[in-house]
Write a protein that binds this ligand. Structure first.
Ligand code: GDP
Length: 294
């Protein structure tokens, strides 16, 4: 699905890059590197990460005296893999493990929480911490029914931190393995977002020292550089432990993964390539780099 998505159109990143690389002969050809830069930037890799990657590739290609497109492609995969690599394991060794889910509305946060209940070993519980939208609470309850997962919720407008508090109590009482706490994802001011996430964080930490054990953010791969900006902001505000890149089935680009890995400094831990429960997968840096560079 990942490979299919990323190479969907002839004008895709993979297609353009392949066409350029097929003509590679000489690492001293500045025009060639400029063309590669253009393709990378237009595939959401962004300027700073593109500059870094191309500078590394150019130096290495010169140093190793690379003269064929096939060799260069291997080099690209190698460098991209190195950039994308990070610890992908989720820390789920606690009882309960508390995972705070953050991200902008529409990025697939609720769907991912639902999928995680199947993906993770052991029992799970959901907490409807996005108390701002009635639809968010209902949607989580639907996922609860669909996956047989208990859902802790209060009415719309309730204090999100109170819901988090209730849910930790409930998870302890029930002996739940992993508690997944949803949070509001409306794009309001940074100050409000910070205040709300901070409070939820503090309440959780007071009730269970060391928690939350993971703070995972969903980033919609189809939103390009917006996703990068969102990730930087949430990293500042919420202190992320991992990123879940969603909707990779819906983009012919995918360069956003490189930008996030290089500029946000938070590992991508999971990827989502569809709406079904089985569409959530651990992030594999090499597989991703290979899909990205054809
Ligand atoms: P939330 O507002 O962040 O909670 O987002 P939702 O979980 O409601 O997801 C928004 C929409 O994106 C829904 O229609 C989901 O079915 C869809 N969605 C979520 N993840 C994926 C994915 O990986 N691929 C595709 N194609 N759609 C997805």
């Amino acid at each position: 699905r990942l490979r299919q998505g990323l190479s969907r159109s002839r004008e895709s990143f993979v297609g353009q890059l392949n066409a350029a690389v097929a003509e590679f002969k000489d690492a001293e050809d500045e025009e060639f590197w400029e063309r590669v830069e253009e393709i990378l930037v237009s595939s959401d890799v962004g300027v700073p990460t593109t500059a870094k990657l191309v500078a590394e590739l150019e130096q290495e290609a010169l140093r190793r005296n690379i003269t064929s497109g096939a060799e260069l492609k291997r080099l690209m995969v190698e460098h991209a893999t190195k950039m994308l690599e990070g610890p992908v394991e989720l820390d789920i060794s606690h009882k309960p493990t508390v995972i705070l889910m953050v991200g902008v509305n529409g990025t697939g946060k609720t769907t991912t929480i639902g999928k995680l209940s199947r993906f993770l070993p052991g029992t799970t519980m959901f907490a409807a911490g996005d108390t701002f939208r009635a639809a968010a609470i209902e949607q989580l309850q639907q996922w609860g029914e669909r996956t047989g997962t208990p859902v802790i919720a209060r009415d719309r407008g309730a204090d999100a931190a109170a819901v988090a508090h209730d849910s930790i109590q409930a998870a302890r009482r029930e002996g739940t393995d992993v508690l997944l706490i949803d949070t509001a994802g409306r794009l309001h001011t940074k100050v409000n977002l910070m205040a709300e996430l901070d409070k939820v964080h503090r309440v959780i930490g007071r009730q269970m020292p060391g928690a939350p054990h993971e703070v995972l953010m969903t980033v919609d791969a189809t939103t390009g550089q917006n996703g990068l900006r969102q990730a930087k902001m949430f990293q500042e505000v919420a202190g992320l432990t991992g990123i879940i890149l969603t909707k990779l089935d819906g983009t012919a680009k995918g360069g956003i993964a490189l930008a996030i890995a290089n500029e946000v400094g938070v590992p991508i831990k999971l990827v989502s390539v569809g709406e079904k429960v089985e569409d959530l997968h651990p992030f594999d840096a090499r597989e991703f780099a290979e899909a990205l560079f054809g």
